[in-house]
Design a protein. Structure first.
Length: 221
């Protein structure tokens, strides 16, 4: 009986390990396919969100004009430099925080992470001082040299998708990865995280809700 018990325990242990590590795939309303990675107790998308539709099938307003973008108080998305053919496939879209705040941006069963959930990620990876190294894709294909200390040991594969400044201009493709959180600081600002080509840490800061940042979705518990 003891060998059977041992075999049963081994089977259960292997099954639990497999369940925890088994990648999840998800498709958004545009038909874009995303893969995932387990980091600690969280499951993150490995790619930046690129949907043009909310998870209820309604369209997200696309805003190309910089002046219009800068005065928005409603939801919107764009492509870096308004050039989907160059940037969509690799870097995904840039969304303002009003789109985040709809609660419908990520596919069903997923959500834009809160500030606390971003903190849980960086804490699991050893703190903000070293987490960027473990989150950034290695090499200089999607990051400007030197892409300092990048190991991507987490499997998160952060890419330097740049951002759209709240005045409407585009900046820093290849040098910065900037991701929204779902948590507001006050009526005018929300928390975000960024990573740079020249450092290995994750920066936490807040900015105007009209800024256009990348989105990484987190699986619901």
């Amino acid at each position: 009986i003891y060998p059977l018990v041992i075999l049963g325990l081994i089977f259960l242990a292997n099954k639990c390990e497999k369940d925890e590590e088994e990648p999840v795939t998800v498709i958004d309303k545009d038909g874009n396919l995303y893969t995932s990675v387990s980091i600690g107790t969280q499951v993150w998308m490995k790619e930046n969100l690129k949907t043009t539709k909310y998870n209820d099938g309604s369209f997200i307003p696309k805003v190309t004009d910089g002046i219009t973008w800068g005065i928005l108080t409603t939801d919107a998305y764009c492509w870096y430099d308004n050039d989907s053919s160059t940037y969509k496939s690799t870097y995904g879209a840039l969304y303002n925080w009003y789109a985040v705040n709809t609660g419908k941006l990520c596919p069903a069963g997923w959500h834009v992470p809160t500030d606390a959930e971003w903190t849980a990620l960086t804490t699991f990876l050893g703190g903000e001082a070293v987490a960027g190294s473990k989150l950034k894709e290695t090499g200089t294909t999607h990051w400007t040299s030197p892409n300092t200390d990048a190991t991507n040991e987490s499997g998160f594969t952060a890419l330097a998708g740049g951002y759209r400044q709240f005045g409407g201009s585009f900046y820093l493709i290849g040098t910065y990865a900037v991701f929204w959180s779902a948590s507001q600081v006050d009526a005018n600002r929300s928390w975000y995280r960024d990573m740079s080509y020249e450092r290995g840490y994750v920066n936490k800061s807040s900015t105007n809700l009209t800024s256009g940042f990348s989105i990484r979705c987190l699986k619901d518990n």
